[in-house]
Design a protein around this ligand. Structure first.
Ligand code: ZN
Length: 695
């Protein structure tokens, strides 16, 4: 949208800008950061036509606009909210606002309409519409300056030092408004001395020092870069102001939101695959010995397979170990595969399931610490920082989800808003009032919220930038819809299962085409679900996991039933952590329908209790236009049962399913013998919900 090439500017004989190159794309927020006198305001004034550049070119949407006068720049779509507000103190709020649209020569009705829009965005200005601008507080004057610029409905808004001289609380308010503006599609060039603030509110940033750009890049990267951050803090403490390029930029007045904002790093320290493998082998040897010595169940299984812990000499020995399944967990209810004494168990969690068949997992303190650590790593990989507010809308209690999201969030230093699932009104209220920047839920819940946000028309009033969702498969179309209705939020699919600590054992990275999994905590094998033989990298199969340091309930070659594949090679995001595809399906027949787990066997049971019904049936799953799951059940009548009884039978089946499984299904009754039979197990479940490619 805006392109600045080799721009120079002088104040008399003194040169202020030295060959500035800068670009802003449509819809982007770009921060220009630097100390007083770095040249930031000069650059903005050149853009607005308030100062004539001495060289170089400014182009807007492909047209050369160098040396264009300010009124024309406003008509071309630029507006400036200047440093120091520059409101007219003897004019009223309304009169000040109207000044912003003067170059456009608008009809009175249009000016009034725009003013009302400004008032709805800045309710404080509405309260003071008749008041003289000189009597407003600093924050209100800043709102007025921004409102005046917005009267021109700019396509590119230039904000010069919006937080200068404001109290932290007022600064929060101003930045919330900037964020809303960005979400509603306004392109923004933000000039700020408060580097941490500016970086966290922008997509890209340029660091300006003595009239030159000395650093540029993605803001999240600059904000998270440990070297730059230590330079921030170094500069802020005055200990070593010239220690770095940021220090050289003179950023000595950075106000940090939290005193302990040093970047914590939760990524592993190994640098090569060989180092990772050495760590994995040590972990595997420890795990096999620990399980063998700690659990009689494991000892029996290993003995039966002829394994003694001394035989594990390389990672290739993994395939010799016996598989562990959900049956092993259920058989050992209530404390299956426990490998430490009870006095070391500090917590239990359970997975959902029919009563009496829940999988219960024990945790030692170290297990919980490890889980918290790598959950924080998930947040780090998704770019969550201590400036974020994380609204957690997953289940709390005996389930692993809530605890995991909560502890990881606190560990990384972000603000947790623990709401739990459902409760749509409260969720929306908190999104609006707390301005949560991250939303965590299941995919269905995210979709539900997205639709509600859309319905209530509040997309530009919320601040969610990232959605972390898990526990369900989701198509690209569904992801796109959630992102769109949430005002363009970035989605991150998080993986995990209760047996393997809980959620947070891997997450999608910023490249959005894989899940990085924590290879320093567990091993992944991909097996053919039929033959149980290992498959080569890149082929789809069942994920089988072996933990490397889990104490209370170690897992040895545990069959997760999740279908995925290993993606070989390194990711473009730069992480060395290994990766797999997003989970495509489950190898057993469990159907996940509107967040409810349904086993086909339970449908079997219900149908067999209805007289007049045959044994063959098919379950068809699809998604309707609103991306909601639909379940259609095709059932055969029993031999000799007449078609005219279909309505009565359908009614009874629907009633029973609703009563026992708590879901509504669509029913179709067909003649006996019309569904296909097979020698092997008939294919009964047809899941057409994921038509598009899953990467
Ligand atoms: Zn990656």
């Amino acid at each position: 949208m805006l392109k600045i090439k080799n721009l120079t500017a002088h104040y008399g004989a003194a040169q202020a800008l030295f060959g500035i190159d800068l670009e802003i794309a449509q819809g982007e927020t770009v921060a220009l950061v630097g100390a007083n006198g770095a040249g930031k305001s000069t650059l903005l004034k050149c853009l607005m036509g308030l100062i004539k550049p001495s060289g170089g070119q400014i182009s807007l949407n492909g047209n050369d606009v160098t040396n264009t006068n300010p009124a024309r720049m406003v008509r071309l779509g630029l507006a400036l909210s200047p440093e120091g507000r520059e409101v007219f103190g003897h004019l009223s709020v309304q009169e000040n606002l109207l000044l912003g649209a003067i170059p456009l020569k608008l009809a009175k009705a249009e000016s009034t309409k725009r003013m009302e829009e400004i008032f709805s965005r800045f309710p404080k200005l509405l309260e003071r519409r008749e008041q003289l601008a000189g009597t407003l507080s600093g924050g209100e004057q800043q709102m007025l300056a921004m409102g005046r610029a917005l009267m021109a409905k700019p396509t590119l808004l230039l904000l010069d030092e919006p937080s200068l001289g404001l109290a932290p609380l007022i600064t929060d308010e101003i930045f919330a408004i900037i964020h809303q503006l960005a979400r509603s599609g306004t392109t923004i060039l933000l000039v700020e001395q408060n580097a941490a603030r500016a970086l966290s509110a922008s997509d890209n940033a340029y660091l300006l020092s003595n009239g030159k750009i000395i650093e540029q890049g993605k803001s999240s990267k600059l904000l998270n870069d440990p070297i730059l951050r230590s330079a921030f803090l170094g500069a802020a403490s005055d200990a070593n102001p010239a220690a770095s390029r940021l220090g050289a930029a003179g950023l000595t007045n950075i106000r940090l939101e939290k005193p302990d904002m040093q970047q914590q790093n939760f990524m592993p320290t190994f640098k090569t695959e060989a180092e990772l493998q050495a760590h994995q082998l040590t972990g595997l040897q420890w795990t096999v010995r620990h399980a063998y010595e700690g659990s009689s169940v494991y000892r029996q299984k290993l003995d039966a397979a002829g394994i003694n812990p001394d035989l594990i000499r390389s990672l290739d020995d993994l395939v010799k170990l016996p598989l562990t399944t959900t049956a092993d967990l259920r058989d050992g209810y209530p404390f299956p595969l426990r490998s430490v004494p009870f006095e070391q168990v500090v917590r239990v969690h359970a997975s959902s399931g029919t009563t009496g068949k829940r999988k219960v997992l024990c945790y030692t303190q170290k297990d919980l610490d490890d889980w918290t650590h790598f959950f924080a790593r998930c947040y780090q990989m998704a770019g969550v920082t201590p400036l974020d507010r994380v609204q957690i809308a997953v289940g709390y209690g005996v389930w692993t989800a809530g605890m995991g999201f909560q502890l990881g969030c606190e560990k990384i230093g972000a603000m947790a808003v623990p709401v739990g699932p459902g409760n749509i009104d409260m969720q929306i209220q908190f999104l609006l009032d707390f301005q949560s920047t991250v939303f965590c839920s299941t995919a269905s819940m995210a979709l539900l919220m997205a639709e509600e946000i859309h319905k209530r028309g509040v997309a530009d009033k919320i601040a969610v930038k990232k959605i972390i969702y898990g526990s369900e498969r989701s198509s690209r179309a569904m992801r796109q819809k959630i992102s769109d209705l949430f005002g363009g939020a970035e989605l991150f699919d998080i993986t995990g299962l209760t047996e393997l600590y809980g959620p947070g054992t891997g997450i999608e990275c910023s490249e959005h085409d894989c899940i990085h999994y924590w290879g320093d905590y567990y091993l992944v094998e991909i097996l053919d679900p039929e033959t149980l033989q290992p498959l080569p990298d890149g082929e789809w199969g069942e994920m089988v996991v072996t933990t490397l340091c889990k104490e209370a309930v170690p897992l040895i070659r545990y069959r997760t039933r999740d279908i995925t594949r290993i993606i070989p090679g390194l990711c473009h995001c730069g992480s060395i952590l290994p990766r797999h595809s997003r989970i495509k399906a489950r190898s057993d027949d469990t159907i996940k329908f509107r967040g409810v787990n349904i086993y086909p066997s339970s449908i079997d049971t219900i149908l067999s209790a209805v007289p007049g019904i045959g044994s063959e049936y098919q379950i068809h799953l699809s998604r309707d236009n609103a991306e909601r799951d639909q379940l259609r059940l095709i059932v055969e009548r029993a031999e000799g049962v007449e078609a005219k009884r279909s309505a009565e039978l359908s009614h009874e089946i629907s009633h029973q399913i609703k009563k026992q499984l708590l879901v509504s299904v669509e029913l179709e009754l067909v003649d006996y013998g019309s569904l296909p039979r097979s020698e092997k197990k008939s294919k009964r479940v047809f899941d057409d919900r994921f038509m598009d490619e899953i990467v």
